[in-house]
Design a protein around this ligand. Structure first.
Ligand SMILES: [Zn+2]
Length: 404
């Protein structure tokens, strides 16, 4: 019954002409207003593909997320956003386990971007940041028309778009999951917008039933594809038009989840080739899309190395900080709660409490956080050692005295 409902929902979306991705509609205005500029960008990209070695490695893209919310539930916790980042890094390094859905026939077409997305660690003024901005808005549902989420008073202005990939998370109009700006649009609106329900790595309790296939973070993967100048396989100018990717063949229209995720289908365009379904630039849903193709990767990397080269060149690696000397563990005489503040929030911190015989009495693991509490009221009075591990390496030891 549930499958039937999903089927009806997706068929009705399709028949009503609803489009989960607004990228083509959003960019049409800019492309039509300045076709020559877009043609130049495409020519540069094609020239790069002709003359440059085909593999590029070690590109890191700094990312800032702007959470624009109207109801508390839309103000997603940092951990959901970090999970989204994990999805990106897994997929853009071909480490996502769902590539098992690819048969041997398709495996030869799999491409690996080998790029990393890093949450911004410095804001535009050089100050340390967690790479997430938050704003309560009074705008109920955003559309791509006029970009209100990227502007004041309802949205948030981007950080410099030649240094950061700006990603806005907000409540988009029903049926719209995201949109991206192709290379060539105005600098002040460059970036990606995704609906809050699509963010993260799982189907959270707040995801509505009709969004189940668009949860788990893959909408952002699709939109980053567009940001890297990848088109839908049916082209960005109507059906059966060029996407510059030979292996996806010409395609008439999107493949939605109700098509059951076959390896390939016959194209209904005049070339009647086989179309490839399981890549991120179609609409086949989170349970089907699981790879970029080789030529999608080459095209995306060419775009990074031409139009978006400043972002690649401007990237500054995260400074190596041995900042645990400022860690605070208090009080020394503990009655029940101990407080631990550490200045580094990236990575995994393990807080371990040992007795003087070296026996582990308490353990707490935290990630991407810089404040924790532990209740020690169930330990007998005596001297204990608090030991902090950062990514498995011991960084702090402090003696405490429990005196309940
Ligand atoms: Zn799209």
């Amino acid at each position: 019954m549930r499958n039937l409902l999903i089927l009806i929902l997706f068929i009705s979306n399709f028949l009503l002409g609803q489009n989960p991705c607004g990228t083509d509609g959003y960019n049409k205005f800019y492309i039509d207003s300045n076709p020559k500029s877009y043609k130049n960008i495409e020519n540069q990209l094609q020239d790069y593909l002709k003359i440059t070695p085909k593999s590029t490695t070690n590109i890191t893209i700094p990312v800032v997320f702007h959470v624009v919310w109207i109801n508390n539930i839309q103000n997603l916790h940092d951990s959901v956003i970090y999970h989204q980042l994990e999805v990106l890094n897994s997929i853009f390094n071909s480490q996502n386990p769902d590539t098992v859905n690819l048969t041997d026939t398709l495996k030869r077409w799999v491409g690996d971007f080998n790029i990393n997305f890093e949450i911004a660690h410095r804001d535009p003024n050089g100050f340390p940041t967690r790479g997430i901005t938050r704003k309560k808005t009074f705008h109920p549902h955003f559309s791509y028309w006029n970009n209100p989420v990227k502007k004041l008073p309802y949205g948030v202005l981007p950080w410099p778009t030649d240094r950061y990939l700006n990603i806005w998370i907000c409540d988009l109009n029903d049926g719209l999951n995201g949109y991206a700006q192709f290379p060539g649009g105005p600098e002040e609106t460059d970036g990606i917008v995704v609906d809050w329900q699509t963010v993260g790595n799982q189907i959270y309790p707040w995801v509505s039933f009709e969004n189940y296939e668009w949860a788990k973070g893959k909408v952002l993967v699709h939109e980053i594809g567009h940001w890297l100048n990848l088109y839908h396989p049916w082209g960005n100018d109507g059906s059966c038009t060029e996407d510059y990717i030979p292996e996806t063949s010409f395609q008439n229209s999107p493949i939605f989840p109700h098509n059951n995720c076959p390896d390939t289908m016959f194209s209904s365009c005049s070339d009647s080739g086989r179309i490839f379904i399981k890549h991120y630039m179609d609409y086949s849903g989170s349970s089907c899309m699981c790879t970029f193709t080789k030529n999608q990767v080459l095209r995306g990397l060419a775009s990074l190395n031409t139009y978006r080269i400043k972002m690649v060149e401007n990237y500054l690696p995260k400074p190596i900080i041995n900042g645990f000397e400022n860690t605070k563990i208090y009080p020394t005489y503990v009655q029940d709660i101990i407080y631990i503040e550490f200045p580094i929030y990236e990575g995994i911190i393990e807080i371990l409490i040992y007795n003087l015989q070296g026996r582990l009495m308490k353990q707490l693991i935290t990630q991407n956080n810089h404040f924790e509490t532990l209740n020690l009221s169930d330990l007998v009075n005596g001297i204990y050692v608090v030991n902090l591990l950062h990514n498995g390496k011991s960084v702090v030891n402090k003696k405490i005295i429990i005196n309940n």
